[in-house]
Design a protein around this ligand. Structure first.
Ligand SMILES: CC(C)(COP(=O)(O)OP(=O)(O)OC[C@H]1O[C@@H](n2cnc3c(N)ncnc32)[C@H](O)[C@@H]1OP(=O)(O)O)[C@@H](O)C(=O)NCCC(=O)NCCS
Length: 180
C-alpha cells in the first residue's frame, strides 16, 4: 500500500467514522470482524474461524487495506484488496472484501470503507476492483451499487457452503484514472 497519510478523506466520510490505512495493531479487531462474517454464513464460503496469525500476512501482501474506526478509535470495519491472480497481465486487478462489525452494520461503515478502498486502490495503480457476492447478500449488493460497481453476471454453482451449491454475483468497478 502506498498511502502515507494517517487518515484518508473520502467523499463518503460520515461524522465520527474515519478510514485510514489498516495497521498491524488492528489485526485482532479485523480477525474478530472477519470471523463474525464467517459465522453469519452470508459473505463467504469459508467456515473455519481465522486466527490473528492468518490475518497478519495481509499487511505484507494486500494491494490496499483500510480500517474504519469510530470516534473512540475502535475498528468497526475494514476492506482489503488482494491480488486477483499472480499473472502479470492481471496485476492491476484487486479482489476485495469488506466486513463490518455485526453491531455496526447499516450505519454507513461499509460505504466509508469502500470509498477509502477505492481511493487506496487508485493510489496503488489498480485499474479494477472485483468480487463475488452471494445473491442473497442484499446488503453487500446494495453497497456495491451505491459505490459504482456493475454486476457482470452470475457464476452458477460456484462452490458449496455446508453442502449446498451457491451461485455468486460477479461485481466489478473500473478505476478510469489508471486506464490509459
Ligand atoms: C455488507 C456490509 C459490508 C455492508 O456494510 P454496512 O456498513 O452494513 O452498509 P452501509 O450502512 O454502508 O450501507 C450501504 C448500502 O447498503 C444498504 N444496506 C445496508 N444493509 C442492508 C440490508 N441488510 N439489506 C439491504 N440493503 C442494505 C444501505 O441501505 C446502503 O444503501 P444506500 O446507500 O443505497 O441506502 C455489511 O453488512 C457486512 O459486513 N456484512 C457481512 C459481511 C459481508 O457480507 N461482506 C461482504 C462480502 S463481499
Amino acid at each position: 500500500m502506498e498511502e502515507s497519510s494517517e487518515t484518508m478523506t473520502t467523499s463518503a466520510s460520515k461524522p465520527a467514522l474515519t478510514a485510514r490505512p489498516a495497521r498491524r495493531e488492528d489485526a485482532a479487531a479485523i480477525t474478530e470482524i472477519y470471523n463474525q462474517g464467517i459465522e453469519d454464513r452470508i459473505a463467504t464460503f469459508e467456515t473455519e474461524p481465522r486466527s490473528v496469525a492468518d490475518i497478519e500476512p495481509w499487511f505484507d501482501s494486500a494491494h490496499a487495506f483500510v480500517s474504519v474506526v469510530d470516534a473512540s478509535g475502535e475498528v468497526v470495519g475494514y476492506a482489503v484488496a488482494h491480488p486477483y491472480t499472480d499473472r502479470c497481465c492481471y496485476r492491476g486487478i484487486g479482489e476485495f472484501s469488506v466486513y463490518v462489525r455485526r453491531s455496526q452494520r447499516g450505519r454507513g461503515v461499509g460505504q466509508v470503507a469502500m470509498a477509502a478502498l477505492i481511493e487506496a486502490a487508485r493510489n496503488d495503480g489498480l485499474w479494477k476492483l472485483t468480487s463475488r457476492i452471494f445473491p442473497e447478500n442484499r446488503a453487500s449488493l446494495s453497497l456495491m451499487t451505491r459505490m459504482g460497481f456493475d454486476e457482470i453476471g452470475v457464476h452458477r454453482n460456484h462452490g458449496k457452503l455446508e453442502g449446498v451449491w451457491k451461485d455468486c454475483v460477479i461485481v466489478e468497478r473500473l478505476i478510469p484514472e489508471n486506464i490509459d
